[in-house]
Design a protein around this ligand. Structure first.
Ligand SMILES: CC(C)(COP(=O)(O)OP(=O)(O)OC[C@H]1O[C@@H](n2cnc3c(N)ncnc32)[C@H](O)[C@@H]1OP(=O)(O)O)[C@@H](O)C(=O)NCCC(=O)NCCS
Length: 459
């Protein structure tokens, strides 16, 4: 990542200027305070939760307000005020060569990017349970899964520690924004160290994750300030590349992948109207079609233990070198990312009688809160991380579905990356309509199809 001078206008907090000044700022669309005589968010928040959801659903249906491009067609008509200033390949350009878009700057800006009056940067110390709780509150209330706000992410402190504290994590890469007057956390972005192999090049990069801006401060250009500040902090460590995924089309996707979903508890998913679950048949037929065996079939299948780290490391190394984008993992990282943690990460291995490991499969947990439902309050999704098998991966994967169902997961999701297409249809996964795009910051190279992607980036 390379820092760049801010051409984006800074967001402003309300309450510190005259009416004239405010009018002018609202014209440019760059204030943090919503326009109008009354704060519509405050009005919205006074309404009961159910009514708020109905309004959000209606807004979504009529697509009011500016929205970020989610398809290439929309992207063609979008002006990327921020991203056009960044060292990323331009949309529509393709490359046959490999290398940075811009070489590392000689000096990295030493002072933080300025925030408008009323806000301050706060590096989040996640070893403090209070801070961890504040972060999960920000994410749980603002990192929405559905536009109608009936299902929300539920990031647990354990999940956040796993996601944000791999080996060599740095505290200054947990970058928060707070409000001066009440210390409330209203913005967050993080980076974690990630060795990545892109085609033939191995690069120390960061994985950028958990970008979140409080709902009340949306569309006020806070995101560019967060990204610039994080970039500066990463550049300070001599790192100039990053990898990230999002559902938005930005300049320029390295690969565009799709999630596939496999119901485990179909009745519950249908009840809560989980996105991506097709209901083009009656429930009884669907239940029958999605039935799974009661027990697993693979001999020697068991949960990973710490003693398996070396074996798994070598299995993964030989598997992942087949792909054009893959993680370069140390054994400490294998231990961190894969050793089972309850409600966070599950990894199974297949051990032969002679003690050799032949297969491994891992999946991480994504928890949701279901709002205002008479019966259901939460939902658990398993998301496929890595799988490698000496035989047909479909057999191992079917066993994993059985294990996930037995341990209380409601749905299993997997991207169409790596060799996953070899079993997704066979095991009755169905494709989600929206895409997940992979991006590299400050790196140009040829784009790739999903089956060449060997990297999965948990939130
Ligand atoms: C993502 C989020 C921070 C964007 O905030 P916002 O208020 O809509 O956007 P802002 O006005 O602050 O900034 C807009 C700029 O940020 C860019 N941007 C928006 N979302 C982005 C993302 N996820 N990744 C990178 N850039 C993004 C936009 O493209 C735009 O730049 P452009 O003019 O070059 O197109 C906010 O919608 C949010 O917190 N969403 C919930 C959590 C989430 O979805 N996080 C992202 C997961 S990938």
């Amino acid at each position: 990542m390379t820092g760049s001078n801010s051409q984006d206008k800074k967001p402003q907090e309300d309450g510190d200027g005259g009416a004239k000044k405010r009018q002018k700022k609202q014209k440019t669309g760059d204030t943090w305070q919503p326009a109008g005589p009354k704060d519509p968010f405050a009005m919205l928040e006074k309404l009961p939760e159910k009514q708020q959801q109905e309004i959000q659903r209606a807004l979504h249906l009529f697509s009011l307000g500016p929205s970020q491009p989610k398809s290439l067609l929309q992207a063609k008509n979008h002006k990327y005020v921020f991203w056009d200033t960044q060292p990323v390949p331009k949309l529509g350009e393709s490359y046959v060569t490999h290398g940075p878009v811009s070489e590392g700057e000689t000096s990295v800006r030493s002072e933080p990017f300025s925030l408008p009056q009323g806000f301050f940067w706060d590096t989040l110390d996640l070893s403090s349970p209070t801070v961890l709780k504040e972060l999960s509150t920000l994410l749980n209330e603002n990192y929405m899964e559905q536009d109608d706000n009936t299902i929300r992410f539920d990031f647990s402190p354990d999940y956040l520690q796993w996601a944000l504290q791999p080996p060599n994590w740095l505290i200054q890469w947990n970058c928060g924004v707070r409000v001066n007057t009440n210390n409330k956390l209203v913005g967050f972005i993080a980076a974690v160290p990630a060795g990545v192999r892109i085609y033939e090049t191995e690069k120390p990069m960061v994985h950028v994750k958990l970008l979140c801006v409080h709902k009340k401060l949306r569309l006020k250009r806070m995101t560019p300030v967060l990204i610039r500040e994080l970039t500066r902090r990463v550049n300070q460590q001599g790192i100039y590349q990053a990898v990230y995924t999002t559902g938005l089309v930005l300049p320029t996707p390295l690969s565009s992948c799709r999630f596939w979903h496999r119901p485990l508890n179909l009745r519950k998913l249908a009840d809560v109207n989980f996105p991506g679950i097709r209901q083009n048949m009656n429930l009884q037929r669907a239940l029958k079609l999605n039935r799974l065996p009661e027990v697993t079939k693979t001999p020697g299948l068991r949960l990973m233990t710490k003693e398996d780290v070396v074996g798994i490391h070598s299995l993964l190394q030989s598997h992942l070198c087949k792909f054009s984008l893959s993680p370069v993992l140390s054994s400490q990282e294998v231990e961190h990312w894969l050793l089972p943690r309850e409600n966070v990460i599950d990894t199974y291995v297949v051990e032969r009688d002679d003690g050799t490991l032949t297969d491994m499969v891992s999946f991480y947990s994504t928890s949701y809160k279901v709002l205002n439902h008479p019966v259901h309050t939460d939902l658990k999704a398993a998301v496929l991380f890595y799988i490698t098998s000496a035989t047909d991966p479909a057999d191992l994967m079917e066993d994993v579905l059985v294990l996930a169902k037995t341990t209380g997961f409601d749905i299993f999701s997997a991207l169409d990356v790596m060799d996953n297409m070899s079993f997704l249809k066979k095991l009755k996964f169905s494709i989600n309509e929206s895409s997940i795009h992979y991006y590299l910051y400050n790196w140009k190279c040829p784009t790739m199809s999903p089956d060449k992607v060997g990297l999965v980036l948990p939130n």
